[in-house]
Design a protein around this ligand. Structure first.
Ligand code: UTP
Length: 408
């Protein structure tokens, strides 16, 4: 793309300021900027005008969950089915590690965070250790796919290699990168992070399967016989990954997806709840949960929207293929965006200064015909590290690890 074409594209989206410093740039920087302008989808910016649209929902009704007593009764049967699928190479694990982890406040990828006290215990290490318990039980490795972003790819790959993949087999790990989206101020003008670079942010965890496909990784997985993918967040240091019981329950239930859920600890806990929306499985984010839904009761008198998702889902690959081209809702999220100020000086804001644009994996559930809501024990499987202190923090995760006998 040449200068005139770039200027014309920017003018169409009201983003002419992107070329403000063009004359000051080296030839290489000019080229980098023109290439970025060519590859950027500025149409996402128009979403800030109707940023509350994603909260316009269909009719919400309860979805019953498979609860712990029922799971315990059938555990042996489920485990056998799950283990068989794992042994036959039908289950892959997808680590969503493309996020920025801004709340944790470290510049490194979140998985590199050390939660240890007397020894080093990295978040990546905890996840791989958990996965290795299943590898041991099944007697076969589970293909592990790691999604990174432009912001943390190199550091992630280097760190895992340097640490010998924490004992995982190198050739069972595949990396792929997610896409980025421009980040803008409250008026919808994209920020610059350098005079030759538009500020971008990872485009949310909802694009994981289409990115996997874009990189040829999904096609290879299918060729290798992977039929199920267990997608999980980087920050829950206790979660069981490729859990045979969960996999077996979803297969036995003939569902095309499954979501691990926990009982909420308070009606207003900041966690998305599983439900039906216009008769299809769906997840309502905590900020969309009305007072009425929060206090609703089901026919047994129990809270109707009581089970929260922990970002650990199982998807049938065949059905993922069917929805690959679908555009998921775009969420407009307020965020601290490092940028240049009006004098061209770099700033790292202390509080949110604009918007990023994200698609979310939870919206994929609504596109699918069925989802098994599968309860797990909160104290044993839910220790997210979102913040340094307080709720869902390094502190709370450490306490839960210790409760579960993990030496820190
Ligand atoms: P979070 O919603 O906690 O976002 O991600 P985050 O970026 O890690 O952290 P904050 O909000 O900036 O503090 C939930 C999961 O989704 C992944 C994260 O890596 C984490 O595993 N994720 C999030 C992606 O892979 N890509 C994204 O664009 C966003």
């Amino acid at each position: 793309m040449n200068y005139e074409q770039a200027a014309e594209k920017l003018a169409r989206f009201g983003q002419e300021h992107v070329l403000k410093y063009y004359e000051e740039l080296t030839e290489q920087q000019k080229e980098a900027l023109l290439t970025q302008i060519e590859g950027t989808d500025f149409s996402v910016l128009s979403h800030i005008e109707n940023k509350n649209d994603s909260s316009i929902r269909g009719k919400i009704t309860p979805l019953s969950s498979m609860q712990l007593p029922q799971i315990r009764e059938k555990e042996a049967e489920f485990r056998a089915i799950g283990l068989e699928a794992i042994k036959r190479g039908k289950v892959g694990a997808v680590l969503l590690a493309g996020g920025m982890g801004t709340r944790l406040g470290s510049d490194d990828p979140k998985g590199m965070y050390n939660i240890g006290i007397t020894r080093k215990v990295y978040i990546f290490q905890r996840l791989i250790e958990n996965l290795l318990t299943v590898v041991k039980e099944a007697g076969s490795y589970i293909p592990l796919y790691v999604m990174t972003s432009d912001k943390n790819h190199e550091a992630t790959v280097k760190f895992l290699k340097e640490n010998d993949y924490f004992g995982y087999k190198e050739d069972m790990i595949t990396f792929f990168m997610q896409d980025m989206a421009p980040a803008c101020d409250y008026e919808g003008k994209v920020y610059l992070e350098e005079k030759w670079k538009i500020s971008t942010s990872p485009n949310g965890n909802g694009g994981w399967y289409s990115s996997m496909h874009k990189w040829g990784v999904a096609q290879k997985a299918i060729e290798d016989g992977v039929e199920w993918m267990n997608v999980f967040a980087v920050d829950n240091v206790l979660q069981r990954i490729a859990d045979p019981c969960f996999v077996g329950a979803v297969i036995a239930g003939q569902c095309v997806s499954g979501a691990k859920v926990v009982k909420k600890c308070a009606p207003d806990e900041k966690i998305g709840v599983i439900c039906l929306e216009d008769g299809r499985p769906s997840i309502v984010e905590y900020y969309e949960l009305t007072e009425e839904l929060m206090n609703a009761r089901d026919q047994n008198g129990d809270p109707a929207y009581y089970f929260g998702v922990i970002l650990n889902y199982l998807f049938k690959v065949e059905d993922l293929e069917k929805i690959r081209e679908k555009r998921l809702p775009l969420h407009v999220v307020e965020k601290k965006i490092p940028c240049l100020d009006s004098e061209g000086k770099k700033v790292k804001p202390e509080s949110p200064n604009g918007y990023k644009f994200e698609q979310l994996v939870l919206d994929m559930i609504h596109e699918l015909d069925s989802c098994l809501s599968f309860e797990v024990e909160r104290e044993k499987e839910f220790a997210p590290v979102k913040n340094k202190t307080g709720i869902d923090s390094v502190e709370s995760a450490r306490a839960l690890c210790e409760k579960n006998g993990i030496l820190l």
